[in-house]
Design a protein around this ligand. Structure first.
Ligand SMILES: O=c1[nH]c(=O)c2[nH]c(=O)[nH]c2[nH]1
Length: 296
């Protein structure tokens, strides 16, 4: 038997960066968490303890802050591309860089601004648990992949959802329904055809497609809705070739009010936290270019 080193990568995970841009009295905030992972000629580091090829993770954290100061942080995909190219282009031992960014979304607080001098806007409120995400890979061979996404996008249809005709066995107790509440926490990731894109506009439009398809589909299951959402993105946005969705089904159970002499005509629900149905699927163009390392 011979023991060999398998695939490996290393980096600094979840560097928290908040950047404030002051445009006169109008301020903008970018609040991101950056994770970098480098791979390449790291055999000696693992086999012999020789760190000559190892750019410290401490340096990777510093690089996030330095490049944020020098170049700003606008679209997270562009900042991830900047970082990934920086590592591969500046370190001969780094053959591949993966940069993942998650962004907290701050909206403006408009209430109260009228009490300030005109043009002063510097108050923000976090837009719920939803996060915008991206993963960029850049390889020494010149190839780059970009996936964008979101997570913890909570959606709910209070009608227009059915679930019936499902398989049954001796353990099945679920009653078929032709009118239920459909609620889900959505994680969506989508693969760009190329690294050259207006990522801000693309993100807004993909998010809009996902929401429109969720709201506009008479659902026969979450699987049915998932496919409709992915399909809407692919049919609307030519810059996207693949969509991966994971939907946490937030089950809403009708509460039995008969002990209290009350009816419950689909109005009072118990929203269960767990367990939850987890519905996952990939929807893609049948002529999508090879994904290579995009999903790693
Ligand atoms: O949309 C649904 N898909 C399922 O697979 C499933 N299973 C279940 O119990 N409820 C639901 N709902």
């Amino acid at each position: 038997m011979a023991v060999v080193l398998g695939p490996n990568r290393y980096g600094k995970a979840e560097t928290r960066l908040v950047r404030v841009v002051r445009d006169g009295g109008v301020h903008h905030v970018k609040d991101v968490s950056v994770s970098s992972a480098l791979s390449g000629a790291m055999e000696d580091a693992h086999l012999a303890g020789d760190n000559a090829a190892v750019l410290p993770t401490d340096t990777q954290r510093n690089t996030v802050y330095a490049l944020a100061r020098k170049h700003g942080v606008d679209q997270i995909e562009d900042f991830a591309l900047l970082l990934a190219r920086h590592y591969v282009d500046s370190q001969p031992t780094v053959h591949h860089a993966r940069v993942e960014i998650e962004e907290c979304l701050w909206g403006r607080i408009r209430d109260g601004e009228e009490s300030r001098p005109p043009g002063e806007r510097h108050s923000f409120v976090l837009s719920g648990p939803e996060r915008r995400t991206c993963v960029v890979h850049h390889d020494r061979d010149g190839s780059t992949t970009v996936t964008s996404g979101l997570r913890d996008l909570a959606v709910l249809n209070s009608t227009g959802s059915e679930f019936f005709g499902f398989a049954r066995d001796e353990y099945t107790t679920l009653a078929p329904t032709h009118d239920r509440v459909l609620a889900a926490a959505v994680r969506a990731r989508w693969r760009h055809v190329s690294g050259d894109c207006d990522f801000g506009a693309s993100y807004s439009e993909v998010r809009r497609c996902l929401l429109e398809a969720f709201a506009g589909t008479h659902s026969l299951s979450l699987q049915h809705t998932l496919y409709a959402m992915g399909r809407r993105v692919l049919e609307t946005r030519r810059e996207i070739c693949e969509v991966r969705l994971a939907m946490r089904n937030k089950h809403h159970f009708l509460v039995d009010l008969t002990p209290f002499g009350l009816d419950n005509p689909n109005e009072v629900f118990y929203a269960a936290d767990r367990p939850y149905g987890l519905i996952e699927g990939v929807v893609l163009d049948d002529d999508a270019p090879a994904a290579r390392f995009a999903w790693e």
